[in-house]
Design a protein around this ligand. Structure first.
Ligand code: ADP
Ligand code: MG
Length: 333
């Protein structure tokens, strides 16, 4: 059965039935607006992302379940980058009327698997027919104890720059797909189902360990530049410190030009954060507790956003942003 036969209201009802319950939700799916509660000392964090078929994903590269998981994870990552706890999610979906119910249900399974993994409640959204591509808009609301969120502008000269996980895996996978080559499985997994570093973000913020933080969605350099410009700092990165997975390290060894994908490729959904040196040991201890890798990749000095890197040959060279800009690059996959 396709969506035209099934109908909008039955689809919304199906989503409502599967969305579960949460004590903080006074009214969820089924009314004109969601009614939610927050604790008295909490602030609300809100973030939204748009995923467009042909721009952000293609069904010959992803399965609907992974797509559902990723649509949620990339939003949770924004709440993680503020140091918040993701709580409520809104899912707006436009698909062609001929779309079969089955991929929609599988997509929804992915959405709900990812929300359940983080204790997030699906509380609303919007549904409509698309004349062409799928359009998915996800909004997430999170909570943070007032005064504890971490923005982009708090880094100070002398802070070290740290990053979670490994860089470039997703971009290397995408480069393979774009060249009609099968990406190595661990890289493809990072591209299709990124993991939001929610507990790390919470731990860094809750314990006052990070002075500035951002999630890497547009590429290390593009996102670093946001921190630098907001904080009034320059950065010096150490190439030999960049954390690469074994597979990525081998690929970059064979194709040195692919280092650009590590620096600028994007969709890592790792956290990039500045840390005052006395706090580095506590950050490392937190990461060990969470079974996550964190790495010092450079340091900050007073400035206005300049980036340089000490190359493996010892030379220090300027770096320029090569991250993704939707209006400056070809906007199809
Ligand atoms: P309205 O006409 O007031 O926009 P809708 O019929 O679009 O109402 O939505 C009815 C309810 O279903 C609302 O609570 C809305 O948030 C929810 N809803 C609609 N589409 C979705 C969706 N794709 N996912 C989750 N909830 C949805
Ligand atoms: Mg509506």
């Amino acid at each position: 059965m396709n969506l035209r036969e099934f109908g909008e209201f039955k689809l919304i009802d199906l989503i409502r039935q599967r969305s579960g319950t949460d004590p903080a939700v006074v009214r969820g799916i089924g009314d004109d607006a969601a009614e939610l509660t927050l604790a008295a000392d909490e602030h609300l964090l809100t973030s939204t992302d748009l995923l467009l078929e042909g721009v952000h994903f293609r069904f010959d590269w992803t399965d609907p379940k992974s797509l559902g998981r990723k649509a949620v994870a990339v939003n949770l990552s924004d709440i993680a980058a503020m140091g918040g706890t993701p709580r409520f999610l809104y899912l707006s979906l436009a698909c062609p009327g001929e779309t079969e119910l089955e991929p929609i249900e599988t997509f929804l399974e992915g959405v709900l698997a990812e929300t359940a993994a983080h204790g997030v409640a699906l509380v609303g959204g919007d549904t409509c027919a698309s004349p062409g591509p799928w359009v998915i808009s996800v909004t997430v609301e999170g909570s943070v104890v007032s005064g504890r969120s971490v923005g982009r502008g708090g880094a100070r000269p002398g802070d070290v720059l740290m990053v979670s996980g490994t860089l470039g895996d997703s971009a290397l996978a995408l480069a393979h797909l774009q060249q009609d080559r099968r990406p190595p499985a661990p890289l493809l997994k990072r591209h299709l189902t990124p993991a939001a570093r929610v507990e790390l973000g919470q731990g860094l913020a809750g314990n006052g360990l990070a002075s500035a933080m951002i999630d890497i969605s547009d590429g290390l350099l593009a996102d670093l530049e946001h921190i630098l410009q907001a904080s009034g700092c320059d950065a010096l990165l150490d190439q030999s410190a960049l954390p690469l997975s074994d597979v990525a390290r081998q690929l970059v060894g064979e194709h040195p030009e692919w280092l650009d994908l590590v620096l600028g490729g994007g969709e890592d959904y790792e956290l990039l954060f500045a840390v005052p040196p006395p706090q580095v040991a506590a950050v490392t201890a937190l990461a060990v507790r969470l079974d996550l890798q964190v790495t010092v990749i450079g340091g900050l000095s007073a400035g206005s956003g300049a980036m340089r890197m000490r190359r493996t040959d010892g030379q220090v060279r300027p770096l320029h942003v090569s991250g993704y800009d939707h209006f400056c690059r070809s906007n199809s996959l």
